[in-house]
Design a binder for this molecule. Structure first.
Ligand code: KIV
Ligand code: NA
Length: 265
């Protein structure tokens, strides 16, 4: 395998080929994911939940993310390394640029930010300065208290249109990738078709260019409620690397997600 880059992901989209993404938080699992062929690794602020045991991502700090990014960067093979900007990582333009720089110095190759259309100016500034951006839309866990819980977004046509408009606006501002979480499959398809840049989905239906899951969910290491869109790939697999490989293969063959993992209108 050669290194996965933003241009290779774009080429995959143009060819109609899917790609796989998985969260990673340390060197050993990052290496296993790389061996399994996973295309994109995400140091997600989901680490606040799966590593730290919080019930949301809000307590995660920039230092937490930097620490885990350094760990993953040392272990990763050819996967592209995406990293989350944590909650309130953009209290001001200056602080945002400093935080993004820290993530890039730690090894990030793509920085993921949660935020709607209002993030456009920030995204323009970051991309101008060499920080490639993935904009996370739909269910944005950093605003869980405003959303009133982890709920499917974009069900009404007005809300769906807002997500399409925001995605287009943020791509025009410079975003290289869009990530959609927990939206009806029809909206996942509409956004993917409307954009030239790769769209990654989680609970966004089978038609996005890429799929992402939290590593712990892929391995069935879950506690509390399990969202509809997850699947335990360790079941029936010959170990962890094989579970990652089965996930990768199922995503590329578009066998995952199946209808049971998707939200319909
Ligand atoms: O933090 C995370 O793991 C994420 C993915 C669920 C997309 O943002
Ligand atoms: Na996240």
């Amino acid at each position: 395998m050669t290194s996965v880059t933003l241009s290779s992901l774009r080429a995959r989209k143009q060819a109609g080929d899917a790609f796989s993404c998985l969260t990673a938080y340390d060197a050993s699992f990052a290496a296993a994911a790389g061996r399994a062929g996973i295309d994109v690794l995400l140091v997600g602020d989901s680490l606040g939940m799966v590593l730290q045991g919080h019930d949301s991502t809000l307590p995660v700090t920039i230092d937490d993310i930097v620490y885990h990014t350094r760990c993953v960067a040392r272990g990763k093979g050819d996967s592209l390394l995406m990293v989350d900007l944590p909650f309130m990582g953009n209290p001001s333009r200056e602080k945002l640029l400093e935080n993004a720089a820290e993530l890039m110095r730690a090894g990030a190759e793509l920085v993921k930010v949660e935020g709607e259309g209002w993030m456009a100016d920030d995204i323009r500034e970051l991309t101008r300065r060499g920080v490639p951006i993935c904009a996370h839309l739909g269910l944005t866990p950093q605003t869980v208290h405003q959303l009133g819980g982890y709920k499917v977004q974009g069900r009404e046509s007005e809300a769906a249109q807002r997500i399409i408009d925001d995605a287009q606006l943020l791509v025009e501002a410079g975003a290289s990738v869009i990530l959609l979480e927990c939206v009806p499959a029809s909206l996942g398809k509409a956004v993917t078709e409307a954009l030239d840049v790769p769209v990654i989905g989680i609970g966004a239906g089978p038609d996005t260019d890429g799929q992402i899951l939290v590593m712990h969910d892929v391995l069935g290491v879950t506690h509390g409620r399990t969202p509809r869109f997850v699947k335990n790939f360790l079941e029936g697999a010959d170990g962890i690397t094989d579970a990652f490989h089965r996930y990768h293969e199922d995503v590329l063959a578009r066998r995952f997600p199946a209808a049971e993992h998707c939200f319909q209108d």
